[in-house]
Design a protein around this ligand. Structure first.
Ligand SMILES: Nc1ncnc2c1ncn2[C@@H]1O[C@H](COP(=O)(O)OP(=O)(O)OP(=O)(O)O)[C@@H](O)[C@H]1O
Length: 268
């Protein structure tokens, strides 16, 4: 597969299902080394957008190019092998050890494929990824015994096993306690430094869950982009209030974001 300059290029895309516009006139370009956050209220179209970027859904109109390949003209299964998709709701029922779960990222299956066994090099890479996500203590732990935060980090290592150029993170901090969320965000920041050409898109509703290494943001409301670009320009009190249709005041502290309801100034 060629390495194009743009990891994602979307031009004037509509996505219509059951006669309804889930995405309208979306244009977006993501380059290597960029880390985007995709923000929007419930039902805004975030998962729909992610399924298009993950080569799961086709647009109804317009063009989507992912890793240089136009959706509709490429084997979607083959393309998906080059995209790391982290969904904390992904089910793994087999009682595999963490290292084995990470290794299943090579086959993108919820269990070991019969008659397949990883090479010594692949096992070493799994261990390196596990360590880079701060999970080395848990390499031999069984999946059912892991906490949700540990599973989240292991799933990121699993997604990276196939050396993707694009990493999609679908609400990776959902359900994590404060310490687990902070560990996850630190692990993501470290990962991005370690793999400088990786591009990523993280979906969230919560500004507190945006890693400090985020470079760009795109805000969607009712399937339309209302703002996109450099994260510092896009995340403002005005744009976030519009995006969530609620008066929200935001602040940035040491690279992280805080959001709260904007209290009107007392009159007089
Ligand atoms: N196949 C479909 N046919 C019709 N409507 C759909 C279909 N799939 C999703 N929708 C609707 O499209 C809208 C966008 O859904 P999507 O899951 O992308 O939103 P979201 O921003 O990810 O929301 P959330 O934050 O709640 O997960 C929702 O109103 C949803 O009900």
């Amino acid at each position: 597969m060629t390495t194009p300059d743009s990891v994602v290029s979307i031009e004037h895309v509509d996505l219509v299902r059951s006669g309804r516009y889930l995405l309208s006139d979306i244009s977006l370009r993501i380059e290597r080394g960029q880390h985007w956050v995709l923000l929007g209220a419930n039902g805004a179209g975030k998962s729909t957008m992610l399924s298009m970027l993950g080569a799961v859904a086709h647009p109804t109109r317009g063009t989507v190019r992912v890793l240089g390949h136009q959706l509709g003209r490429v084997d979607m299964r083959e393309l998906r092998a080059h995209i790391g998709h982290v969904n904390p709701r992904y089910r793994i029922d087999a009682p595999l050890a963490v290292r084995d779960v990470v290794l299943t990222g090579l086959t993108n299956t919820p269990d070991f494929v019969p008659r397949w066994s990883p090479s010594a090099e692949q096992i070493a890479r799994a261990d390196e990824l596990i360590a880079s996500l701060g999970m080395q203590k848990h390499s031999d732990a069984l999946w059912p015994n892991l906490s949700q935060g540990e599973r989240g980090r292991a799933l990121i290592a699993r997604a990276l096993m196939a050396e993707p150029q694009l990493l999609l993170l679908d609400e990776p901090a959902t359900g994590l306690d404060l310490a687990a969320r902070e560990q996850l965000l630190t692990a993501l920041d470290e990962l991005r430094e370690r793999y400088p050409s990786l591009a990523s898109i993280l979906v969230t509703h919560h500004l507190e869950e945006i890693p400090t290494t985020t470079t760009h943001a795109v805000l969607i409301r009712d399937g339309r982009v209302i703002a996109q670009g450099d994260v510092a320009d896009v995340l403002t009190t005005a744009t976030i209030s519009e995006c969530f249709d609620h008066p929200i005041e935001i602040h940035r502290q040491r690279g992280r974001w805080i959001a709260q309801t904007r209290v009107p100034e007392p009159v007089g």
